[in-house]
Design a protein around this ligand. Structure first.
Ligand SMILES: Nc1ncnc2c1ncn2[C@@H]1O[C@H](COP(=O)(O)OP(=O)(O)OP(=O)(O)O)[C@@H](O)[C@H]1O
Ligand SMILES: [Mg+2]
Length: 402
């Protein structure tokens, strides 16, 4: 029997688990990426170097291989393009209008407000010369400023004065595809994300993630995640209700989702819903480790119109801790990972993203983080203790140039 073919958009490291999962389902995997040496090339059945928005190029491949479905894991950027292709070939995928709403944080906010989904009040500014003071008059401080459609916290600043806005406006605008900037009310409380998927209109929540640590304000880069997040019954009810309302407001369907919420004594507020899975090893590593469920396999099934098989859920804790090093110091030698891991259990992965002779940068966005530690354990305290112990050993053993 001929295997059915799936087109996977992106062959980077963050797509490896998706490609492997699609292979394990028995699909013929065709992977495209602009990098001719993308790591996914090695595990794909067929690989093409292809520019991300080359519509005709994608169509040619789809027709040549009789592709049945299209999928990507954690990337926001290709969603609108993919939705357009999906419309042409009638693939099981997000609609074009949902992709537009989910990709633009201000359009998303409008949809939320129209549908009474709790979220931050905000305004859209197209340039610095607008009367900013007047535009934000109705908003309650503190505020947060962000690009309309960026990712990885690029250009996100907490704001406590007009001067903060003016000082950082250009930086924020530079990360926005059309130069527009959102200023919205800062919602206090604890931050969580929720991972799940929608298949033929059925919404399934798989896991709740606690944001463990951020870089100091005004940047808010994430430095740790724990699954599952601790939620009281009251919080859980609010999160589920508001999230489902938010997913319906954006009419998300046939996709994974990664929602971000802030919870305080008043309510659970939607920060945003990505119509794709969570990055930062969330969907690819933390979810399978904490639940036994491979959500990337599920979205491959959804793309192909196959009913996903959900294994029996296992419950344990998983955590990623991004390694914090001395900002401004030049690395001489990194510690041997075998030594560090020797007497500790529950370590899933340790990886350095910085290499010897590199200087530790200020972590102004996710891409500048030094490396990460992924652990599993039987409780929240257990994973925190393990991750911080390893981080501490690394910090002690790393050698810097004087
Ligand atoms: N209105 C808000 N109130 C409180 N915190 C917020 C608000 N908006 C954003 N944040 C915080 O700033 C972070 C980054 O904002 P946002 O999610 O909008 O940008 P992003 O580029 O998608 O970043 P990321 O990829 O880290 O999610 C959020 O994860 C959240 O912690
Ligand atoms: Mg976000």
């Amino acid at each position: 029997m001929n295997r059915e073919t799936i087109l996977i958009i992106g062959g980077g490291f963050n797509q490896m688990n998706l490609i492997q999962s699609a292979n394990s389902c028995g699909y013929n995997t065709v992977v495209v990426d602009p990098d001719k040496d993308a790591p996914g090339k090695k595990i794909a059945n067929i690989f093409y170097k292809l520019e991300p928005r080359d519509f005709n190029g994608h169509c040619e491949i789809i027709e040549r291989h009789k592709v049945k479905g299209i999928v990507t894991s954690q990337m926001d950027k290709p969603l609108q393009f993919m939705a357009k292709i999906a419309t042409k070939y009638n693939f099981n995928f997000l609609s074009e209008k949902s992709a537009d709403w989910a990709r633009n944080k201000f359009e998303m906010k409008k949809k939320f407000l129209q549908n009474n989904v709790p979220c931050a009040n905000g305004v859209l500014l197209s340039n610095k010369s607008t009367d900013i003071e007047k535009s934000i008059l109705a908003l309650h401080s503190p505020l947060i400023m962000k690009p309309v459609d960026a990712y990885s916290s690029k250009g996100v600043f907490t704001i406590s004065s007009l001067a903060d806005i003016l000082d950082n406006f250009e930086t924020t605008a530079s990360f926005s595809s059309d130069g527009t900037v959102i200023i919205e009310e800062y919602i206090s409380g604890k931050m969580i994300s929720v991972e799940g998927y929608v298949f033929h209109g059925h919404i399934e929540i798989i896991q709740y993630t606690e944001r463990f640590k951020f870089t100091p304000k005004p940047m808010r880069v994430e430095l740790g995640h724990i699954q599952p997040a601790y939620l009281t019954e009251f919080e859980l009810e609010k999160v589920n209700k508001n999230l489902i309302q938010g997913i319906k407001a954006l009419e998300l369907n046939n996709c994974g989702f990664h929602a971000e919420l802030k919870i305080n004594e008043k309510n659970a507020f939607l920060i945003e819903i990505g119509a794709r899975l969570g990055g930062d090893f969330n969907a690819s590593h933390l979810v399978p480790l904490s639940t036994g469920i491979n959500i990337e396999k599920i979205i491959a099934n959804i793309a192909m119109g196959d009913v996903p098989e959900i294994p029996l859920r296992q419950n344990q804790y998983s955590m990623i801790k991004w390694i914090e090093l001395n900002e401004g110091s030049k690395i001489k030698k990194l510690p041997g990972l075998n030594n560090i891991a020797a007497n500790l259990s529950g370590i899933s992965e340790i990886n350095f993203l910085l290499k010897p002779d590199m200087t530790v940068p200020k972590v102004t966005d996710s891409a500048k983080r030094a490396g990460y530690i992924i652990v599993t354990g039987k409780s929240r305290d257990d994973v925190i203790q393990k991750a911080l112990t390893i981080e501490n050993l690394i910090q002690k053993q790393i050698e810097y140039y004087n």
